[in-house]
Design a protein around this ligand. Structure first.
Ligand SMILES: Cc1cc2nc3c(=O)[nH]c(=O)nc-3n(C[C@H](O)[C@H](O)[C@H](O)COP(=O)(O)OP(=O)(O)OC[C@H]3O[C@@H](n4cnc5c(N)ncnc54)[C@H](O)[C@@H]3O)c2cc1C
Length: 282
């Protein structure tokens, strides 16, 4: 089925409850090809114009669920949401980025999903459309399962506040070029609230927000300095990295020393967090 509107797509999913929506197909078709999924029917979202673009809305950007990674990597988008553009740029090879979409990345909810830490740090809200109407859910509630997608529901849009302040996405990758990485991080400044927001992807099934580390480091930033002139003591920056790493890779619950893998992960998180903080303050 290839509906032309969001309403038609919702109706199609309601008419065939076993049907599955497909956007770019980069995750879904891989699961089908590997025999992990045998959908009774597919509802393609590719012809629905209202899901493809993005627009301003009262200090927010309303992003269509079928925005592709390639589209998010263009200069107009990157000027407003640099961290999301950087995550899109890092999400796999070009042919995957041309087809793969924001909504698919969210619903697939892989620990290595590159847009997810950025959306968590930006406290994005998902607009959902389903047989019982429209509703909104914070991205963190959907990812943690606190408020999952209900039967026949689609992600229609993603609402992101425009902060007009530096934001950075970094990922550690064992290989050069875009590939899945064990750790990714987003750090955004919210000067209006004098806040630093950070989310780490990889160590856990969902992006982690080290809230105490965020609050701690915000005290060390000279918020009254102009953008680009803000700086931080290198010792505070290094301590922030360690704080984030300890929050995201905790001590083993049974006590005892951290294993070698966990130590490596902690080091990687600490380096990325320190580097990302340095870049948003530069
Ligand atoms: C070789 C390769 C490399 C990759 N590398 C990376 C990488 O480095 N980083 C990364 O983050 N990802 C990577 N990916 C994963 C993939 O490209 C992304 O997750 C992509 O964003 C998925 O989007 P899609 O449109 O292709 O989703 P689809 O495959 O179409 O759908 C994925 C899931 O989401 C559901 N879905 C899709 N859209 C909606 C919607 N609007 N509402 C409700 N449900 C929906 C589908 O039913 C399905 O369950 C890679 C994939 C491949 C094949």
């Amino acid at each position: 089925m290839l509906p032309d509107s969001l309403g038609e797509a919702v109706d199609a999913l309601a008419a065939v409850p076993a049907a599955v929506p497909v956007a770019g197909g980069t995750d879904l078709m891989a699961a089908v090809n590997a025999g992990r999924l045998r959908p009774a029917a597919l509802v393609g979202l590719g012809r629905i114009n209202e899901l493809r673009g993005w627009q301003y809305q009262d200090g927010y950007a309303l992003l269509g669920a079928t925005l592709t990674h390639s589209r998010m990597d263009r200069p107009d988008f990157a000027a407003l949401m640099p961290a999301l553009a950087a995550a899109a740029r890092a999400a796999g090879p070009p042919q995957v980025r041309n087809a793969g979409t924001l909504g698919g990345n969210i619903v697939s909810a892989q620990p290595t999903g590159d847009t997810l830490p950025v959306l968590a740090a930006l406290e994005a809200v998902l607009c959902l459309a389903g047989p019982d109407g429209a509703r909104e859910v914070p991205v963190s509630h959907l990812l943690t399962g606190l408020d999952p997608l209900r039967g026949g529901e689609l992600v229609s849009h993603v609402r992101v506040q425009l902060l007009h302040a530096p934001q950075v996405f970094l990922k550690s990758s064992p290989r050069s070029g875009p590939s899945r990485a064990p750790v990714s991080i987003a750090v955004v400044l919210d000067p209006g609230r004098r806040a630093v927001r950070c989310a780490v992807g990889g160590p856990a099934p969902v992006p982690l927000r080290p809230l105490e580390a965020e609050q701690w480091v915000a005290e060390y930033i000279d918020w009254d300095a102009s953008q680009g002139a803000r700086s931080i003591d290198p010792a505070a920056s290094a301590a922030f990295g360690d704080y984030v790493a300890q929050a995201c890779v905790p001590e083993p619950p049974e006590g005892g020393p951290l294993g070698a893998g966990a130590q490596r992960l902690r080091r990687t998180v600490a380096v990325l967090a320190r580097r990302a903080l340095g870049r948003v303050l530069r």
